[in-house]
Design a protein around this ligand. Structure first.
Ligand code: NOJ
Length: 571
């Protein structure tokens, strides 16, 4: 490539936005309560466990935490099956424990977002139980999607929709006398009936739930599956279920269970509620809507503040894909004045330290990797994951970190079938092993019990693989070059150089199939996708994904570097 040649065109640029709200640039750390820290030693993480470890998150340098569900729940989908939206499940503690956790987080300057699960409840929720015990057509049944079946005796599901966890999206009810009744809709597990968002009573019930938590002091919500909440009137068949399965085909007509326009007025009302509270309360929608120009409609100034950037999350780690996806991100989100989010991991996807270890897998497939599948190359995976994280944390916008990635944790890819808990595993007869491998309890102190300090007893709802001992936090604190110290350093510099609220320009001489570089303020961020070392432009090395990099050194394969330059503008 000749110097200065634009191999793929000019790409996007993004201007710095000064003095803006925290969620435009904040780094949000996802806590998966089942696996973060377990104070009572029963093998399941809990709220007091979280409180006891918040100092370590403060030290990490994040701005906010997002907690996956801790509500009352039969735990059929790890808490995403909520039986009471306004109470804490005894597994995780009490409302008083929640209040203490929140108070401690605020004391440490950390904001707290909680997970709101509005598309479906648990089948054990009082609303669903009341619906089951009420006749067809009753107001109780109107809370959900109950329908008569098709076929002569209603023996066929009302439409052709499929569950995202496998199998049909309908389950038939049974009357107390054993005769079959109506069917109810569940886009996920049969224990997660979909709520009927066309019903104003459902809408107002959730507005009360929002207020309940906002009154308690939460700083906002991560909203689960918002793109599924409204369904096309009459619940028509999906026109192309064979090809689309439970999902959708990007760029083709909107399927009847996803992205319906009716959700937008609901989010506008939620936004007005959030805005009526003091402080900068915010919502991030888990809106799986692509392309990003479409997702941008969900973050217009009176709807969500953020959505997860699934395009970025789904990127294969190669230069052209990232070039395109980053361009698409800035173009789409800038068009509505919203921040882009950047995310590499969450509790539904294969950890990036394994994904990038030579596996051909799309993170959001949620199929998982089991003992009988090809195994990742651990060293390569971690090297690339560190490079990917440093590349991501230099980007302007808001970034998400999933618990354990700061330790470089790999996926548990050899978890035995008897430990599996993800409904995906059961609904597909084990064909898709599911997401348990990224949900394993964290190792805090090597050798403290079988779960390395996750608790004092060693009990763990999912066993750690033996290799987790090496990744324990106490082996990494203060250790130069450890993954934990790399994350801390990157987060500190991100603040120091105001990268979150910063600008973005490609470094045209460092854009091509084997190299990708951009400038944000005084920092140049460059990653080497090739196999050969690359000479770098002038600048002081302030961070590197590989330990021991000095100013003037070339950039090795899979390495990311941050170089400090004097000139803030594009060179
Ligand atoms: C998305 C959540 O992230 C996932 O864990 C859950 O299974 C589904 N929504 C259903 O709630």
């Amino acid at each position: 490539m000749a110097a200065g040649e634009l191999v793929w065109g000019a790409g996007a640029a993004h201007e710095a936005k000064a003095g803006a709200e925290w969620w435009r640039s904040g780094v949000i750390y996802q806590i998966y309560p089942r696996s973060f820290a377990d104070a009572n030693g029963d093998g399941m993480g809990d709220l007091p466990g979280i409180t006891s470890r918040l100092d370590s998150l403060r030290e990490l340098g994040i701005d906010a935490i997002w907690l996956s569900p801790f509500y009352r729940s039969p735990q059929k989908d790890a808490g995403y099956d909520v039986a009471d939206y306004c109470d804490v499940d005894p597994l995780f503690g009490t409302l008083a424990d929640f209040d203490s956790m929140l108070a401690r987080a605020h004391e440490l300057g950390l904001r707290v977002l909680i997970d709101l699960v509005p598309n479906h409840s648990s089948d054990k929720h009082a609303w669903f139980q009341a619906a089951l015990n009420s006749p067809a057509g009753s107001p109780e049944r109107e809370f959900y999607h109950f329908k008569d079946g098709r076929g002569e005796n209603g023996e066929l599901p009302p439409n052709n929709w499929l569950s995202l966890f496998g199998g049909p999206a309908w389950t038939r009810t049974v009357h107390p006398d054993g005769t079959p009744g109506q069917w109810y809709l569940h886009l996920f597990d049969s224990s997660q009936p979909d709520l009927n968002w066309a019903n104003p009573s459902v809408q107002s019930a959730f507005e009360d739930i929002l207020r309940f938590w906002l009154d308690r002091g939460v700083d906002g919500f991560r909203v689960d599956q918002p793109h599924a909440m409204a369904k096309a009137a009459g619940l028509p068949d999906h026109p192309d279920i064979e090809r689309a399965g439970a999902g959708f085909i990007e760029g083709e007509a909107s399927p009847p269970m996803w992205f319906q326009e009716e959700v937008h007025p609901i989010f506008r009302r939620w936004r007005a509620i959030l805005d009526s509270y003091p402080g900068d309360r915010a919502m991030c929608g888990e809106a799986y809507v692509l392309p990003l120009s479409f997702m941008a409609l969900w973050v217009r100034s009176d709807e969500f503040q953020q959505t997860f950037n699934f395009r970025f999350l789904n990127s294969e780690w190669d230069a052209k894909t990232l070039f395109d996806n980053i361009n698409e991100s800035f173009e789409a989100f800038d068009s509505v004045g919203a921040p882009s989010t950047w995310v590499l991991n969450n509790h539904d996807v294969l950890r990036h330290a394994s994904r990038f270890g030579g596996l051909k897998i799309k993170p959001t497939d949620s199929d998982g990797v089991g003992p009988n599948d090809p195994q990742p190359d651990r060293e390569l995976g971690l090297r690339r994951a560190r490079g990917a994280t440093l590349f991501m944390l230099g980007l302007a916008g808001s970034a998400y970190i999933y618990q354990g990635e700061e330790l470089g944790l790999p996926e548990h890819t050899t978890l035995a079938p008897e430990f599996r808990q993800d409904p995906t595993f059961f609904r597909t007869g084990g064909k898709r092993v599911g997401r348990d491998g990224c949900r394993v309890p964290l190792p805090w102190e090597a050798g403290i019990g079988a779960a390395n300090g996750f608790n004092a007893t060693g009990a763990a709802w999912l066993p750690q693989p033996d290799i987790y001992t090496e990744y324990s936090r106490d082996h990494q604190v203060g250790v130069e070059g450890s993954t934990l110290e790399l994350y801390k350093q990157a987060l500190r510099l991100r603040k120091e150089y105001k990268l979150g609220e910063g600008s973005f320009n490609w470094l045209n001489e460092y854009v091509g199939p084997s190299i990708l570089g951009y400038q944000n303020g005084k920092i140049l961020v460059i990653h080497n996708f090739g196999h050969q070392p690359v000479e770098l432009p002038a600048g002081e090395v302030v961070a590197s994904s590989l330990h021991g990099m000095k100013t003037g050194h070339p950039l090795a394969a899979d390495q990311t570097v941050w170089l400090k330059v004097e000139c803030e503008t594009k060179g």
